[in-house]
Design a protein around this ligand. Structure first.
Ligand code: FEO
Length: 404
């Protein structure tokens, strides 16, 4: 993809990764893009780079517009490898450039590269860079989602270059939301936003709320948001800001997701009467088997639903390994504002359901106890217990959902 002018004198010069399907364990069925931006002004300025194996794409895009040796400033909003690992190749061409970066960004970059010959300017919130006709203001966003993270705001163009925030893992020939929605659909785009938020930004809801409030307090006028992945928001940037605020405030659908695994189908057999009990209470429900589903998809469906039931057989007195792995992954994402429960089958001693509740409580989620456990295959009597468990759980979900 060639360079695209997104604002007068400001160009997307990134790369589209059509084929990536595993982004450090996060499944990306639609690929992604690594967005960076070139400001052609009196002082030529590059904002971010791209993943190292895409260096030639961004360098070709820059060359089509100017000689890379003319780059005077490089802003590094975020040092994660998908955005900063082309810096060596860029610095080899733009030897005199000054890198504008946060203090923690510089410390991180020093660990990845020999930076001894590079020139740096350490920046913090409120510092500015004048490129000639444009003023760029820096806004630190530590832990959104790395300690080094910041955003860059171009006042004259009302443009927020937001690094990972507001991004989506989407490979597309469209650069803007309005182009993408002509090609595909708004619903698909919204799904991509939620997928990204659930798998990457879920732990940072309180920080997101605080940062959005700070942006409001600073009175920044924003008519375009350009993230480092996916499409650029120009039709209605307020929409993506509202989606983020809603997600940070715990917005979810009134739905139960049953996430389970099974050894000899006994736990699986329990899902049907539980599902029927949930439906009988009038609540939407879906079922996800862990070994048949990438973890990042299970995480997204968890995040979109108000409630989760975890199903696990007991194996060697503890949870089934895939369920233990899923709950450990979920705990790291520090979920909030969800109501949960557990069920499962056992052969002799049991113990997995108790352990699952232990994990869920460590996350601080609202746990509905007791769960339901059955010996070997569920009997007709057990199926009634499962149905009642599902129904009563769903009734509690309805009450809990009213808080939001
Ligand atoms: Fe897209 Fe945090 O890197």
């Amino acid at each position: 993809m060639g360079a695209v002018e997104i604002k007068p004198g400001i160009y997307w010069v990134g790369a589209v990764d059509w084929s990536i399907r595993d982004f450090h364990g996060y499944i990306t069925p639609n690929g992604t893009s690594y967005n960076n931006y070139l400001i052609l002004d009196k002082h030529v300025t590059l904002v971010d780079t791209v993943k190292h194996d895409f260096s030639h794409y961004t360098i070709d895009n820059i060359r089509a517009l100017t000689d890379p040796a003319k780059i005077e400033n490089i802003i590094i909003n975020h040092i994660e490898n998908d955005h900063a690992t082309s810096i060596e190749h860029i610095m080899a061409l733009a030897r005199a450039a000054v890198i504008h970066i946060t203090e923690r960004g510089k410390k991180g970059l020093d660990r990845f590269f020999d930076t001894s010959k590079w020139k740096f300017r350490i920046v913090k919130t409120g510092d500015t860079l004048n490129t000639g006709t444009k003023t760029i203001t820096f806004l630190e966003t530590p832990m959104l989602h790395w300690p080094d993270s910041m955003m860059s705001y171009v006042k004259e163009d009302k443009l927020l270059i937001s690094q990972d925030a507001f991004g989506q893992h989407l490979a597309s020939s469209a650069r803007f939301d309005d182009e993408y929605c002509d090609q595909c659909s708004t619903v698909e785009l919204e799904h991509a936003v939620r997928d990204y938020y659930a798998n990457i930004l879920m732990p940072f809801g309180p920080l997101i709320k605080a940062k959005l409030a700070e942006v409001q307090k600073l009175g920044l006028e924003i008519d375009m948001i350009a993230p480092d992945h996916g499409i650029i928001w120009r039709r209605d940037p307020g929409k993506i800001l509202k989606m983020y605020l809603d997600m940070a405030n715990g917005k979810a659908d009134l739905r139960v997701v049953i996430i389970y695994d099974t050894m000899w189908q006994s736990t699986e057999y329990m899902t049907t009467p539980i599902l029927e009990g949930i439906r009988a209470a009038g609540v939407d429900v879906e079922v996800i088997k862990l070994r048949a589903t990438p973890t990042s998809i299970a995480i997204k469906r968890f995040w979109e639903s108000r409630a989760m039931l975890v199903g696990t057989p007991t194996l060697n007195n503890i949870m089934f390994p895939s369920v233990a792995e899923f709950l450990s992954h979920l705990r790291g994402l520090r979920p909030k504002d969800r109501i949960v429960g557990a069920f499962g089958s056992y052969g002799w001693g049991g113990g997995a359901v108790k352990e699952a509740y232990g994990e869920l409580k460590k996350m601080g989620l609202e746990a509905v106890e007791p769960g339901v456990e059955v010996l070997y295959r569920p009997s007709a009597e057990d199926e009634k217990k499962c149905f009642e468990f599902g129904k009563q759980f769903a009734e509690k979900v309805i009450e809990y959902h009213k808080k939001f």
